[in-house]
Design a protein around this ligand. Structure first.
Ligand code: IVH
Length: 703
């Protein structure tokens, strides 16, 4: 319930949020933004566009302005980027690596100049010189040189602590191992942008696709992914480049440091770094804006991606005085380009099936060149998005590329809609395996229910099936599963237990042999016996994690009982079996729907039947509760309890092996009646179920 509420609050204007809604919304935004940060910075697989991400952050900040007391300790506004990924050593930057405030239009740029004038107390006629530079769409890095020698290189990380990627950075031709020229500083941190040229990015993606690896979304992610390789040999092959544009820490005893940013850039060049050639000193706002337009005109012809220009106050003493606010310097601003757009026609809408079974609609476009890139597809996200924009096959649409390879549909040009066009009907079956698709309340995605047989999901599911907390079959990693699946050795889980018939075939495969094939078969044979809770977990039903699997195993006791109850519940959503499932404490309607969806699918039943022939699925035995007086009993608590909360009472009962239900039925063993108990107590009476007072219950479990 509360999940739904926060979701709908997400579209309310910030000003109309109640205190409670604002708090819930800030919690949601903190969680979502952190998730997107991880996808973007650590996994290099963003799920939303930069523009969507920016708007989440802006909404978070707007709510914090209105409700400052609700600002969270984990607020995204306190963080720059994502925390460092765990695979590299951590490096503390001698000076923090900052982010930049964004300007989206001319007025924002004029404000920037006015703010500086006010802050420094400059007269109207005093010139503020800024250096204009392209904003390179890559990943920033900090390079530490001691006595002119490159000793350490790090990513930005959270701005304070980054990842040590020294070995990888050493492989870049554009990063000198030693600073050129005489008298290097004792210590200097050179900062700049690691990036990949578009042509290199496209080539890399082609070979990744050929090898069955996921493609990178854009050159930026591809640069980030290449820099964060554990093996520097891989980085070396990726042709990464580097533009230097700033200093972090600098300590030098001899000579005077540069006084302007322009002089600093010259010094960087003198040391042997590439500095972007399109820089310009601008002495007025209008000159800065002209610089912006000039760079924008050249944008699509550049070999690398840029997403705006950066203006930096040229005088370093002024930079010092201006300092910074929260995550960004006051002396610099990024003036972002508008996303590149074009107009084309939707020829078809395809449905892609992800590895988790989510059905994603994709528009096939009449190919169009947007900013130098040919665009043929756009993601449509989900059913609601299509309905909201009323996107139809045959529509003329405005398409936008925001630095990403997967472009977005901004709007439909309704005047050009064909007369006979029909709203798009989202398919209710999986296009890959033909199984039923379901969409749960509160979810945006339709999902294929053919988990075990859908080839789009099969490898992932099979991998889960043999994973440590499930069947725990050693020597059957994801790579082997994928290969066995492709070659038809394993199509469904039961096939794993029939591999012994194909031992020779396995032994003959590349990289195998008699010994490893025999080992694998032995590892499989050792797992023919499995406890019920592990088995349920292994099925990989959505939302059924280990804890829920254990709960179900405890409740139903045996696989036969579980399967019977689930198939009955699937057949009749009003029937007793469904009600029993629904009444299990901690099983909500959405979990129940996922379970029932799984058992409603004949393919899954067939896969289960095949498994049953191969396995011995043990009855659930709760270790803690084997000889407790309430083991296996079904208990309902009702009314207010005096010595414990309802929650505590349930936890205690479950720990003793009882099943706690929410509603009373013939199968209930005890109803524990507290104060002000209502209809449940009456129902127990009517059904002749044992009722106990709280005291009696306590004595029963103590005894
Ligand atoms: S200056 C103190 N200059 O943009 C400010 N940053 O959105 C440090 N970036 O983290 C950054 N081109 O990764 C600066 N010419 C440029 C840049 C640039 C790209 C990146 C950099 C920074 C991010 C902020």
């Amino acid at each position: 319930m509360s999940g739904k509420k926060t979701k709908s609050a997400g579209v309310l204007p910030v000003e109309s949020l109640s205190h409670a809604e604002a708090a819930a919304e800030l919690a949601r935004l903190a969680r979502d933004i952190a998730g997107h940060d991880r996808l973007y910075h650590q996994k290099d697989t963003p799920e939303i566009t930069d523009a969507e991400y920016d708007s989440l952050r802006r909404r978070n900040e707007a709510i914090e302005v209105l409700f400052p007391e609700l600002k969270r300790e984990d607020s995204p506004s306190l963080r720059v980027g994502a925390p460092a990924a765990p695979t590299f050593a951590k490096v503390a930057h001698a000076r923090p690596m900052l982010s930049l405030t964004n300007a989206f239009d001319e007025a924002d740029v004029r404000d920037f100049f006015a703010r500086i004038r006010r802050f420094l107390g400059l007269a109207e006629n005093e010139t503020i010189e800024v250096m204009g530079e392209p904003k390179i769409d890559g990943i920033s890095a900090s390079l530490r040189y001691e006595a002119g020698v490159f000793v350490r290189g790090a990513t930005r990380g959270d701005g304070e602590i980054g990842e040590d990627v020294t070995a990888n950075l050493r492989t870049l031709a554009a990063i000198p191992a030693q600073l050129a020229g005489p008298d290097p500083p004792e210590i200097v941190e050179v900062r700049g942008e690691v990036h990949m040229q578009r042509a290199d990015f496209l080539k890399l993606n082609q070979s990744r696709i050929a090898e069955g690896e996921p493609a990178f979304a854009n050159p930026r992610n591809s640069a980030a992914g290449s820099l964060r390789q554990l093996d520097p040999k891989i980085t070396a092959r990726r042709n990464l480049r580097f533009f230097a544009y700033a200093l972090g820490d600098i300590r030098e005893s001899r000579g005077v440091g540069p006084r302007t940013h322009a002089a600093l850039l010259q010094r960087l060049e003198g040391w042997g770094f590439a500095v972007n050639p399109m820089t310009a000193l601008c002495t007025t706002v209008d000159a800065a804006l002209a610089f912006y337009r000039g760079v924008e005109d050249k944008r699509s012809a550049l070999p690398y991606d840029i997403d705006g220009v950066v203006y930096k106050v040229n005088r370093l003493d002024w930079q010092e005085r201006l300092g910074m606010v929260s995550r960004a310097p006051r002396w610099a601003i990024a003036h972002k380009f508008k996303a590149e757009q074009g107009r084309t026609v939707i020829q078809n809408i395809l449905i892609q099936v992800g590895r988790t079974g989510a059905l994603t609609p994709v528009a096939e476009l009449q190919p169009i060149n947007i900013g130098g890139v040919v665009v043929q597809r756009a993601t449509l996200h989900n059913e609601d998005e299509i309905a909201r924009k009323d996107i139809r096959i045959g529509d003329t649409v405005i398409v936008q590329r925001a630095g990403d390879v997967i472009p977005q549909i901004v709007a439909v040009v309704t005047e050009r809609r064909p007369k006979d066009s029909q709203p798009f009907a989202f398919p209710k079956v999986c296009p890959v395996c033909g199984s039923l698709a379901i969409r749960e309340p509160g979810e945006v995605a339709w999902r294929c229910t053919g988990g075990l047989i859908c080839s789009a999901q099969a490898v992932e599911r099979l991998h889960h099936f043999v994973s440590r907390d499930a069947f725990d079959i050693e020597g059957l990693g994801e790579k082997h599963i994928a290969a066995f699946f492709t070659d038809g050795l394993i199509k469904s889980p039961a096939d794993i237990f029939r591999l012994h018939d194909r031992k020779e075939e396995i032994a003959a495969r590349e990289g195998w042999g008699d010994i490893s094939a025999a080992k694998l078969i032995a590892a499989i044979e050792a797992k023919r016996e499995i406890p019920l809770d592990r088995f349920i977990y292994a099925l990989g039903i959505r939302q059924i994690g280990q804890a829920t699997a254990r709960l179900l195993a405890r409740h139903y006791g045996s696989f036969a009982a579980f399967r019977k109850a689930m198939t009955e519940a699937a057949a009749d959503a009003e029937g007793e079996a469904f009600q029993e499932l629904d009444s299990i404490s901690q099983i909500g309607p959405s979990v129940a729907a996922d379970l029932v969806g799984f058992f409603a699918e004949p393919h899954n039943l067939a896969a289960l039947a095949a498994l049953e022939l191969e396995l011995r699925i043990g009855d659930f035995i709760s270790t803690a509760a084997q000889d407790s007086p309430v083991a296996g009993k079904t208990v309902v608590f009702t009314g207010t309890l005096m010595t414990m909360t309802r929650h505590e009472a349930k936890a205690k009962a479950e720990a003793l092996g009882a099943k706690v239900a929410e509603s009373v039925s013939k199968k209930t063993d005890y109803v524990v009646v507290g104060d002000d108990a209502g209809s449940k107590a009456a129902k127990a009476e009517a059904l002749g179920v044992n009722t106990l007072t709280e005291d009696e219950w306590l004595r029963l479990i103590a005894g």
